[in-house]
Design a binder for this molecule. Structure first.
Ligand code: THU
Length: 141
């Protein structure tokens, strides 16, 4: 599969360094190549633990705020000694805006290992807009 695009790795690294994660100590940076350019965000935790947000969720919110509706590729950078993959909830969030073929590259901040998967591999048989029938979205699938 393709190598992680340099511009996404650079953007994910920048936000990974800014993660607010005093409770888990686990920094995550996510960068998306989208129809409105590269957007990126880090995880943001909260003293009220369940209110913390994942990096991918923040990046998707930033994309939508810019008018974006399409994710073409993703880079996630985590701490740890092996690449951290998007959580189940974030797989669903990514799937809303990315086709099955979109590629997700998972990197560790301080190691060369890369785990590369398609969105379809991460979330097979995804539930999506089509399951809701004739409801209108502004997604171009
Ligand atoms: N986290 C993410 O940012 N993305 C994921 O897909 C998995 C988990 C964050 C949430 C929390 O701040 C920390 O990683 C530990 O779970």
């Amino acid at each position: 599969m393709t190598a992680p695009p340099d511009e996404l790795v650079a953007a994910a690294r920048r936000v990974h360094a800014e993660a607010y994660c005093p409770y888990s100590g686990y920094r995550v940076g996510a960068a998306l190549r989208t129809d409105v350019g590269v957007v990126a965000a880090a995880n943001v935790e909260n003293a009220a633990y369940p209110l913390g947000t994942c990096a991918e969720a923040g990046a998707i919110a930033a994309m939508v705020a810019l008018g974006g509706r399409r994710i073409e590729a993703v880079v996630v950078i985590t701490d740890g000694d092996r690449p951290g993959v998007p959580c189940g909830g974030c797989r669903q969030r990514l799937s809303e805006f990315a086709g099955d073929a979109a590629v997700v590259h998972c990197l560790v901040a301080d190691a060369p290992e890369v785990l590369t998967r398609t969105v379809g591999e991460l979330l097979p048989d995804a539930f999506g807009p089509a399951d809701l029938g004739e409801r209108e979205t502004d997604l171009e699938m």
